[in-house]
Structure formats: C-alpha cells, structure tokens
Design a protein around this ligand. Structure first.
Ligand SMILES: Nc1ncnc2c1ncn2[C@@H]1O[C@H](COP(=O)(O)OP(=O)(O)OP(=O)(O)O)[C@@H](O)[C@H]1O
Length: 314
C-alpha cells in the first residue's frame, strides 16, 4: 500500500486575482530559530484557514504578511507592488489581529477603538458610526461603557477583531481570533469572518480544526515552519479516503490500539470503547471503514512530519 498522504499538493490555486503574494518566505529569529522555512502562498479574495500546531510558525508568517516584521528572505507583494520596500499601501488596506494583541486598560472599548481609528486616519464622524457598527457585530454593545480592564479574555479578543475591521480593510489577517471565546462567540466570529471573505482576503490562523472547517474553502497546513498542504477541504479529505476505521474494543485493549495506530477519537459505549483510527488497511477483524474528517487529515499531516515516514505509531 503506498503511503496514504503523499499526494501532491498545489502551492497555490490562485491566478490572476492574486491580491497578496508571499514568495519563498523564510524567517530566522534572533537566536537562530528558523520559524518559517520557504513558504509560498498566493491569495485572492476568500478565506484561507491556516492550520498548524503550536510553534508551527503561523504567527511568524502572519507577522511578515502584515508587515509587522520583516522576513529573513523572500518577497511579499500586495496588489502587484513590493510590500517589503513599500509597506504603506498594504498597511492602509490591512486589518490585523496579532496573537498578543494589547489594549489600554483604562479606556472603554469605544474610546480605545476611537483612538485606533484616529491613528489609522479614519475621519472622526465616520469612525463613530463604524465603531458602533463593529461593537454590535462583535456583540459588545452592552459593555461599551466599561473600561477594558474589566473585560474577559474573550471580550478583549472581540475588541481585537473589531479594531482589525476599523478601516474596512481589503486584507484581514487574524491570528487565533477565537482564543478564549465560548462556543457561541466562536460561531459568531467565524460567521463574521466568513461574510467578510466574500470580497476580501481573510487569513484565519488557528490550531483548532473545527474553527475553520465550516468556513474556509481553502486550507493550508503548516508544521515546523513549512507549508505541508494547501487545498480545499474536499481535496484534503480525499487524501485519507479508505484509511479511517472504526472498531469497538474492550477498555483494556485501548492502550494497545493507541500504541499501534494514530487514534483520532475514542468514545465509551455500552459495548466497550468505539475507537476511530488511521490505518492503510483493515487494522482488525470487524473494523468498519468510515469517511475521514478534516481533523484526521490534520492529525495525519502533523504526525507524519513528527515521524517522517508513516502515521502509524510504531
Ligand atoms: N520573536 C521570536 N524570537 C525567537 N523565537 C521566536 C520568536 N517568535 C517565535 N519564535 C519561535 O519560532 C517558532 C514558531 O513560533 P510561532 O509563534 O510563529 O508559531 P505558531 O504556529 O504561531 O505557534 P503558537 O500558536 O504557539 O504561537 C517557535 O519555536 C517559537 O518559539
């Protein structure tokens, strides 16, 4: 059986409508850590879900795409222009939520957004209307009079999303926008970003597959500084067709199954433990083949990079 996840992937599906283009980007941080290693991404309007485990290099890459930091090598182009030599054009068209977004704790959300709008050059009257709209969009209208120090982590994240949208950006880059949000807020933020992506470039970075699987038509998976996959959810799912199995085992057997296979799910049932696992051939008598989920593709890719040869744990 050939290795199940070595299918060729396209570095980019986009063509003439490219808005943002990262070419062969490498970032070596001070101290020598190669956080991004030769990443090329061409992006047109739509949402790219950027998936990767902690430390994969997502934030380093997004810092470069947003011109907050410079790459060690590589090129960044926005609307056909060199955005490393002339970052202002991109900056004026950009909404960016960094992972470590900070606020002034003594300001209210309205004051804080007003301050940022002024810094971005949004006219005062337009800013007031826009801020009210955005506070409503991120569901913070009731909290606008409270100082930001009284906000929860999830509320601050939503202020961060609002500030990224202040100047009606063409490119929206959000680094873990759903961190700290409860399930209802996550759905709200996902839908908001999805609606923005109809005519903008949106890059949504996360390590949580469910954050993006229902909203991103384009998914990139990054590990160890490299882009390992890029494709539609269907393309990524196809890689594992015929390789995901479900089997019910006794509680005492679970550890042995985990030692031999990559287990994506296990649920205790009345008959034992229902285990979903990845295997290129039927792993046990009675194992039933099931449709792969995106989380399984992600697990397989991440695990393959850790192991290099196969996703079956040996
Ligand atoms: N400013 C920095 N100086 C030195 N090393 C850094 C710096 N920023 C990131 N790194 C290192 O680069 C690697 C990639 O980190 P990065 O934050 O880009 O990944 P990530 O995919 O966003 O992960 P996370 O979700 O944990 O932030 C990690 O090993 C990290 O420790």
């Amino acid at each position: 059986m050939p290795h199940p996840i070595t299918t060729a992937w396209q570095p980019s599906p986009t063509a003439a409508d490219t808005v943002l283009e990262l070419s062969d980007i490498t970032k070596v941080h001070r101290g020598g850590k190669r956080a991004v290693d030769g990443v090329t991404l061409r992006l047109g309007p739509g949402m790219l879900g950027l998936l990767g485990p902690n430390g994969a290099g997502k934030s380093s890459l997004l810092g470069i795409a947003s011109t907050a930091t410079r790459p060690t090598s590589g090129q960044l182009r926005f609307a056909g222009n060199d955005a490393l030599a002339h970052p202002d054009l991109l900056r004026r068209s950009l909404g960016y939520l960094p992972q470590d977004f900070g606020v002034y704790p003594n300001l209210t959300s309205r004051e804080f957004l007003g301050y940022l709008a002024a810094a971005k050059g949004v006219a005062a009257r337009a800013a007031r209307t826009r801020i009210d709209e955005l506070l409503e969009l991120v569901n913070l209208t009731e909290a606008v009079r409270r100082p930001l120090r009284a906000y929860s982590g999830g509320m601050l994240r939503r202020v961060g999303i609002a500030q990224a949208l202040l100047a009606d950006p063409r490119v929206v880059i959000v680094d873990e926008p759903t961190a700290g949000l409860d399930p209802q807020e996550r759905v709200r933020v996902r839908n908001l970003l999805s609606s923005l992506a109809t005519d903008r470039v949106v890059i949504f970075s996360t390590h949580i597959v469910s954050d993006i699987e229902s909203v991103a038509g384009d998914i990139a998976i990054m590990t160890q500084g490299r882009l390992r996959r890029r494709g539609t959810p269907d393309e990524l799912l196809r890689e594992l067709a015929g390789q995901v199995w479900e089997v019910v085992v006794g509680p005492a057997e679970v550890a042995a199954v985990q030692a031999r296979h990559l287990v994506s799910r296990q649920v205790r049932t009345a008959d034992g433990v229902r285990v979903r696992l990845l295997a290129p051939a039927p792993p046990y008598p009675g194992a039933v083949q099931v449709a792969p989920g995106l989380e399984e593709t992600y697990l397989a890719v991440v695990n393959q990079q850790a192991d290099q040869t196969t996703w079956a744990v040996r």
